[in-house]
Design a protein around this ligand. Structure first.
Ligand code: FES
Length: 136
């Protein structure tokens, strides 16, 4: 499992492991995890094409901002559906559990600059919140 400590790489890690390999959750020093609905099997919240554009933008910008790996990095995961299925692309940022709608590349940039780097949630695109508990 070569990418366990690499913040960007949760894609396909588990599916490629044999049953004898040790499983380790990437508990590196990440500060946030962004999940975005993209490249869906059944695109409902937005077109597949538009979600892929946002996903690719997010991946590229995390690397360009040098926050895609290393201490204090930001995990990113592409998910098939976040069960909202409207006003997409939909994204959620943990640990705050802030849910964003209409995540175009422009909004993805604002989420990175304002929320992730600046600590200020982009309120006008938030439609729900469910923060993680600290007692895990
Ligand atoms: S298809 Fe995007 S949230 Fe369901």
């Amino acid at each position: 499992m070569g990418k366990a400590q690499d913040c960007g790489g949760l894609d396909n890690e588990i599916s490629t492991m044999s049953s004898t390999e040790k499983i380790s959750i990437p508990t590196g020093p990440y500060v946030r995890h962004i999940l975005i609905c993209a490249d869906q099997t059944k695109p409902k919240c937005a077109s597949r094409e538009s979600t892929v554009v946002s996903w690719n933008y997010l991946k590229r910008r995390l690397d360009e901002l040098n926050i895609g790996s290393g201490e204090g990095c930001v995990y990113r995961s592409k998910v098939n559906c976040l069960r909202v299925c409207g006003k997409g692309p939909i994204a959620v940022v943990y640990p705050e559990g802030v849910w964003y709608h209409s995540v175009t590349p422009e909004l993805a940039e604002r989420i990175l600059q304002e929320h992730v780097l600046g600590g200020k949630i982009v309120e006008e695109f938030v439609f729900a919140r469910n923060p993680l508990s600290v007692d895990i």
